[in-house]
Ligand binder design. Structure first.
Ligand SMILES: [Zn+2]
Length: 70
C-alpha cells in the first residue's frame, strides 16, 4: 500500500513544452505528447496577466503548472 501523496504525485504528469499539468496522454494546451512525471514545484496561476512568474514562464492561461520539468 502506497501513501496517498505518493500515489498522487506519480499520477501527476506535466507537459515538457509548456509545463502545464496534464490529465491524459497529451497536453490540452499545446497538443504536445511530450509528457514528464519528473518535475518539481507546483504552481497555480490564477491571473497570468498579473503574475510575474507567469510572464517569466510565458504562461498566458490560468491553470496548474510545474516550475521545473526534467
Ligand atoms: Zn503543453
Amino acid at each position: 500500500m502506497v501513501s496517498v501523496a505518493a500515489a498522487r504525485k506519480k499520477l501527476v504528469r506535466v507537459c515538457r513544452e509548456c509545463h502545464r499539468v496534464v490529465e491524459g496522454e497529451s497536453c490540452t494546451i499545446c497538443g504536445s505528447g511530450n509528457i514528464s512525471t519528473d518535475w518539481a514545484g507546483y504552481l497555480v496561476i490564477i491571473d497570468p496577466q498579473r503574475s510575474e512568474v507567469a510572464k517569466k514562464m510565458n504562461i498566458s492561461l490560468p491553470g496548474r503548472y510545474a516550475l521545473k520539468v526534467r
